[in-house]
Design a protein around this ligand. Structure first.
Ligand SMILES: NC(=O)c1ccc[n+]([C@@H]2O[C@H](COP(=O)([O-])OP(=O)(O)OC[C@H]3O[C@@H](n4cnc5c(N)ncnc54)[C@H](OP(=O)(O)O)[C@@H]3O)[C@@H](O)[C@H]2O)c1
Length: 216
């Protein structure tokens, strides 16, 4: 792990064919058991990070609910500061520390709107949120471990910049298909296998009808 930034664990539930959601954005792939496992994992990290589309699509709370444990800080990448004020993340920001990472493109209006809630707005980057300065800031704020919970576009930016240290994926028993259905890692992708991120298989666990793969 680089010392200037937190340790990043990419976590997701994927279909057998590598999708994280259907073409309509339905991402309900996880079993109850797996949700519980993820909540345990959440309770052990300092922050959870997601991209804006995941908030728009799933309206997640990103809290620890199915096991006992502390809630990590929630971090949302949202260049324009457009996260809806009605979203669960904003609505629960009175109780759970929340960081909205925006770029210089975020309008004054959106910043003022977010300013009405107890969220920390961090400006990083010109057009879209720049990850390295953001991670540096989070590290300085004593955030040492981040659970990266997608979606595919955000995962790609982390992978592409060499900012992923571990991957924990649950392979669920679904074949989803669909050219426009989001996959674990979206973006442009690497041109060669030799240039791709290569990890080492650390652990395999069977969980009923699912398999959990842990690569480091
Ligand atoms: N199965 C699972 O475990 C799982 C987990 C999470 C999500 N999902 C699914 O994934 C889908 C969403 O994935 P997605 O790929 O469309 O979107 P995403 O990764 O959730 O969000 C992408 C957006 O984040 C913003 N962003 C800001 N800075 C960024 C940066 N540096 N790098 C990347 N993004 C940045 C961008 O919007 P701005 O330009 O406006 O900032 C970008 O369009 C949903 O359907 C959700 O249900 C599934």
């Amino acid at each position: 792990m680089a010392s200037f930034r937190p340790h990043v664990i990419l976590s997701a539930a994927i279909s057998l064919d590598g999708k994280i959601a259907t073409r309509t954005g339905d991402s309900a792939l996880s079993s109850k058991m797996d949700i519980k496992r993820v909540h345990k994992l959440r309770s052990r990290v300092d922050a959870i990070l997601v991209g804006k589309n995941t908030v728009l699509q799933d309206d997640p709370m990103l809290t620890v609910r199915h096991v006992r444990g502390k809630n990590p800080v929630r971090v949302v990448l949202d260049s324009m500061g457009q996260i809806p004020t009605g979203s669960k993340i904003i609505q629960t920001s009175y109780d759970i520390p929340t960081i909205i990472a925006v770029s210089k493109k975020a309008s004054r209006k959106n910043l003022a709107r977010l300013g009405r809630f107890p969220v920390d707005v961090i400006i990083s980057g010109k057009n879209k949120v720049e990850l390295k300065p953001l991670l540096q800031f989070l590290h300085q704020a004593k955030i040492r471990t981040i659970l990266l919970e997608g979606g595919g576009t955000t995962n790609w930016d982390f992978v592409n910049q060499g900012l992923v240290d571990e991957v924990i994926v649950t392979i669920t028993p679904y074949l989803v298909g669909g050219q426009t259905a989001k996959t674990l890692v979206e973006g442009e992708g690497f041109s060669k296998i030799s240039k791709s991120l290569r990890l080492k298989l650390h652990k395999i666990r069977r969980q009923n009808n699912e398999v959990i793969l842990h690569y480091i």
